[in-house]
Design a protein around this ligand. Structure first.
Ligand code: NDP
Length: 333
């Protein structure tokens, strides 16, 4: 299948690209600059242009950003849209987060004219009710929507990110309802993603947001209290990548969201896995007595749809953390 993959420089997209190529698809990757094109090209020296090619899309927030990329002489048979800002440093929530997330999603949907199934990366951020963080007795599944409103979206960079994913995904489903496009849309909603970094970054300073805690631990940047663990559920990037590709390959995935969650974690549990697997890092790590913020009671997760329709077999937490540390050490951590 000939696939357009947006945001190919990203942490997750790097694994989606790998997975697509391994499964024999041919891919056109959108990136923001020629320098990023050169970097990814050099990671795949033996893959011919017919299987891996590139298109520059500088800013997905701009109207018509994807029009050129999608006007290919050989039509695309599928589109995977992963590009969206994920960081906690927004200065202007609308400009830095909401506009690229929402306009990017609508822009790529509008630009896709052919019957090419689309897979969009949303997030658990679009599902969680942050005002009831631990929600004991509750079961999260694809039925859930984050109740965030536009009024509170701009009150902090964190809420802004959660809102950007919620509004972008809502806009995608509304587009499908209103426009009745001649292609299907599937949405992937991963929880916090850990896993090895590939060609996606050039320096440890540019680590993707979700792996930051692991880099900080192994670089001795956390000496006292562990930072809050966030939502306490995680998933391996390799499972997330496979889910995107399967959602594109399996017709039954069309029209559905997929909640991707492997299980529970806390930053203390990350610390314990690293301590055991990498004893040579001991002096950089915070104390064995660091507090574990994992709550005594927490919501349940129902990820059965991802197993049944996409065939995901979730990887173990220890493997994810160990492989992430290994990949960070390979680039100099
Ligand atoms: P990265 O920051 O590694 O990747 C984000 C990608 O989006 C990069 O390729 C980036 O390009 C691109 N991008 C951001 N803003 C723009 C813009 N204005 N114009 C063009 N491209 C842009 O993050 P992840 O790989 O972690 O995230 C990928 C997707 O997965 C996002 O949609 C994110 O919301 C979602 N997600 C991530 C989770 C996680 O824990 N990692 C959990 C749940 C969902 P560049 O590198 O050039 O800036």
């Amino acid at each position: 299948t000939r696939v357009l993959l947006s945001g190919g420089s990203g942490f997750i997209a790097a694994h989606v690209l790998d997975c697509l190529l391994k499964r024999g698809h041919s891919v056109v990757v959108t990136l923001r600059s020629q320098a990023k094109v050169d970097k990814i090209k050099s990671a795949y020296p033996n893959i011919p242009v017919s299987q891996l090619d590139f298109a520059i899309v500088e800013d997905i927030a701009q109207e018509g950003a994807f029009d050129e990329a999608l006007k290919s002489s050989v039509p695309f048979e599928a589109v995977i849209h992963t590009a969206s800002p994920f960081h906690w440093n927004a200065r202007d929530v609308k400009k830095d987060l909401l506009d690229p997330a929402i306009n990017g999603t609508i822009g790529i949907l509008k630009a896709t004219k052919k019957n090419a199934p689309m897979v969009i990366t949303s997030s658990f951020a679009a599902m969680i009710n942050s005002s009831d963080q631990h929600a004991p007795g509750y079961t999260y599944s694809e039925k859930d929507w984050n109740p965030v409103t536009m009024e509170i979206a701009t009150t902090s960079p964190q809420i802004g990110y959660f809102a950007s994913k919620t509004f972008a995904e809502k806009a995608a489903w509304k587009f499908c309802e209103d426009e009745k496009p001649n292609f299907s849309v599937a949405v992937i909603n991963p929880v916090i993603v850990f896993g090895p970094i590939t060609h996606s970054i050039t320096s440890l300073d540019a680590i993707n947001t979700s792996n930051t805690i692991i880099r900080n631990l192994i670089q001795g940047k956390i000496t006292e209290k562990l930072p809050p663990s966030g939502t306490f559920i995680w998933v391996d990037v390799r499972d997330v990548a496979l889910a995107h590709v399967k959602a594109m390959e399996v017709p039954e995935a069309g029209g559905k969201r997929f909640f991707l969650a492997a299980g529970y974690f806390s930053n203390k549990k990350i610390l314990e896995v690293i301590r055991k697997a990498y004893p040579e890092l001991e002096e950089k790590l915070p104390s064995k007595n660091s507090e574990d913020d994992f709550p005594s009671q927490i919501f349940a997760i129902d990820h059965s749809r991802s197993e049944q329709i996409l065939g995901i077999e979730y990887r173990s937490f220890d493997a994810a953390i160990i492989d992430t540390v290994k990949s960070l050490q390979e680039i100099g951590a």
